[in-house]
Design a protein around this ligand. Structure first.
Ligand code: MLT
Length: 237
């Protein structure tokens, strides 16, 4: 029997919490969506970092020839970085064959915080079914970790967690869900039935105000890829 849980906000995760589990990290708007799209478009590897200074220090060590600095501050490309945190900037032309060092406000930190899990998978709406199937194949208890926003719940991540949880429950023989999973599944169902409007979500409002309407649309499109990036020894591939 598989146990499934959702952490609504990543924060600091105790090592023991993720022992012998598969963790699925979700920052649907937009970091984990960018990671999935970037790996699909041929990124060699992504190094997620917890802040811009750490990201910049990696470039100093690796050299700037094959590496690319990606990420945002307040939603906008961080000053001095090569690209921001829009999935449209993770095009094949921009990222193929490159090592991308990435720093975003919540998403990259959440990936780093999941390091103690046995397997760390990168999840989003664009790969919801694929990440769920991979989780079931791995045969361990699973925890979906929502990045959240600045230490608080972000409903976009909980909707995506619900989509992934729904698929896990469809594909696994026997799953026990916590109530947090059930809440995410309810939320996803309400979203699918158009009873909730994602435009009311604060992070969504912020991105729309910055002109990222196309990003929001892409980030909420289901199953455009089977790519399931994994995070291991500091690297997403
Ligand atoms: C984050 O990591 O906080 C987000 O991905 C921010 C964003 O939408 O760019």
């Amino acid at each position: 029997m598989m146990k499934l849980d959702v952490l609504p906000v990543a924060g600091k995760i105790h090592v023991a919490r993720l022992m012998d589990t598969t963790a699925i990290v979700v920052d649907v708007l937009r970091a984990t969506t960018c990671m999935v799209i970037g790996i699909q478009n041929g990124i060699n590897k992504i190094i997620p970092t917890s802040d811009a200074a750490e990201a910049a220090s990696f470039v100093t060590r690796l050299g700037s020839r094959d590496s690319l600095l990606a990420g945002e501050t307040g939603g906008i490309k961080t000053q001095g970085f090569d690209i921001g945190n829009s999935p449209f900037e993770f095009s094949e032309e921009a990222v193929k064959g490159r090592t991308v060092i990435m720093s975003t406000t919540n998403g990259t930190t959440a990936v780093c915080a999941a390091a103690s899990a046995d397997n760390v998978l990168i999840g989003a709406m664009v790969n919801a079914t694929a990440v769920a199937k991979r989780t079931v194949e791995l045969g361990k208890d699973a925890v979906i970790i929502c990045a959240g926003t600045d230490g608080a719940i972000s409903a976009d991540d909980m909707i995506a967690a619900g989509a992934i949880a729904e698929e896990i429950c469809k594909n696994a023989a026997d799953v026990t869900c916590t109530d947090t999973v059930t809440i995410c599944r309810w939320l996803y169902k309400a979203y699918m039935e158009k009873r909730v409007d994602i435009h009311e979500i604060n992070h969504c409002k912020k991105l729309l105000a910055l002109g990222f309407e196309k990003d929001v649309k892409l980030c909420f499109t289901r199953d455009t890829t089977d790519i399931v990036p994994t995070y291991s020894y500091g690297i997403i591939q």
